[in-house]
Design a protein around this ligand. Structure first.
Ligand code: FES
Length: 225
């Protein structure tokens, strides 16, 4: 099987495709495929040209940290949770997330996620006791990996724009539900940085690796919780 990877040496460099042969197990994850290429004694592309190791990020390798988010066969997904046997076609394409600046190969800078949350103080601080009826949704939102896949899939999210994307809708609900802080302000920020820009394509829900029901957060926020 051939694996085509979109490579880029450094942030200012021109991206280029490079193809590798993969002859391993089809039960392997894309993370394992990348490892199998990187751990060869001599790394060569499919034409036999020597090349550098592929830069990519991972930590848990079990779908829990979000570090390995990338675009696999055109779909935003976690490399450690995507398996060769589930992909169609005779080759696999792997690209970095396109909505974030590339640092090197498949490594991108996702700092904008935290920056945007910081800008509007989306943190809880002093908090209310939990409300039983919102517990399930809050629990699911609490599992957000901040991996950026929802932003990658969202047709309305554009780098550096005023629309902060689906994870912001979820965090807004969480903060409004639990924080003793200024709920008027969080509602205002939600209107400004999410409600105005969302077209409800729900592409975010389809790619979320932990299945956060963003529509439920949107419904709660739009009703004023
Ligand atoms: S390495 Fe942690 S989610 Fe893939």
């Amino acid at each position: 099987m051939k694996v085509k990877i979109l490579r880029q040496q450094h942030p200012g460099a021109k991206p280029y495709w490079q193809t590798f042969e993969y002859e391993g197990d089809t039960g392997a994850s894309i993370a394992a495929v990348l490892d199998s290429i990187n751990y060869r004694d001599d790394i060569v592309d499919s034409d036999g040209n020597p090349t550098d190791r592929i830069s990519w990020e991972c930590s848990c390798v079990q779908g829990m940290c979000g570090a390995c988010a990338m675009v696999i066969n055109g779909v935003p997904a976690l490399a450690c949770d995507t398996f060769v046997k589930d992909l169609k076609g005779s080759f696999i394409t792997i690209e970095p997330l396109r909505k974030f600046p590339v640092i090197s190969d498949l490594v991108v800078d996702r700092g904008i996620i935290q920056e945007n949350l910081r800008k509007i103080n989306a943190f809880i601080g002093e908090y209310h006791k939990e409300n039983e009826k919102d517990h399930e949704l809050e629990y699911q939102i609490g599992r957000c990996l901040k991996c950026g896949l929802c932003l990658e899939a969202c047709p309305n999210y554009v780098k550096g724009d005023n629309f902060y994307g689906p994870l912001f809708a979820n965090d807004s609900f969480f903060v409004m539900s639990r924080s003793k802080g200024d709920s008027k302000q969080i509602k205002k920020d939600y209107g400004e940085h999410f409600a105005k820009g969302c077209s409800k394509s729900l592409a975010c829900e389809k790619v979320c690796p932990v299945n956060i029901p963003t529509l439920a957060s949107i419904a709660k926020m739009n009703r004023g919780k």
